[in-house]
Write a protein that binds this ligand. Sequence first.
Ligand code: ADP
Length: 172
Amino acid sequence: MDKKMRIWQGDITTLKVDAIVNAANKSLLGGGGVDGAIHKAAGPELLQATKKLGGAETGEAKITKGYKLPAHFVIHTVGPVYKDGKSGEAQLLEDCYKNALVLAEKHHLETVAFSAISTGVYGYPLTEATKIAVSTIKNRLLDMKSIKEVIFVVFDDSLKEVYEKTFEHLGI
Ligand code: ADP
C-alpha cells in the first residue's frame, strides 16, 4: 500500500484529517501555543472531554474527538521540556510520536497531522526535534496498517526549512 509523508505549512486547526496531534501539557486542560489554538477551535466540549482523561505523563498519548474542528479526532501527547539533552528528552520525544501513531492505528485512522512537538515553549532544538519526528514516523509507518498519510505541520518558515532538509537527508 502507498504510504505518504509530507510537510504542510499553516494552522493545524484548519486541517480536515482523521486526527491532528496536539503538543499538550501534562494537565491536558489546554495551554498556550498550538494547544491553545486547538482548544479554541474545537470549542468547550474538548475541555470537558480532556478533564475526564486525568492528565498524561510525558511521552504518553491520549485521544478525544475533534468536536468543532474539521479533524475527527485529537491525539494529545505531552512532549518533553528540553533541559540539556541528557535528561532522556530524545527518548521521550520519540515516545510521543510512536504512541500517537499506535493510538491512531488502534482507531483505524488513515490521515494524521502532527504538530512539531516540543519545538515551541518546551524549547527543543529544531534540528534534533525534527530528526526524531521524521525518523520515528518513517521507521514505523510501513508497519501501520490503517495509516496512509502523515502530515508534518509547520507554522514558521524556519521550521519548514528544517523539515525540508531532514526529508532530503533521509531520502524522502
Ligand atoms: P511545546 O510546548 O510542545 O513546545 P508549542 O505549542 O509551544 O508546544 O509549540 C509547538 C509547535 O507548534 C511550534 O513549532 C509552534 O510554532 C507550533 N504552532 C503554534 N501554533 C500552531 C498552530 N495553530 N498550528 C500548527 N502549529 C502551531
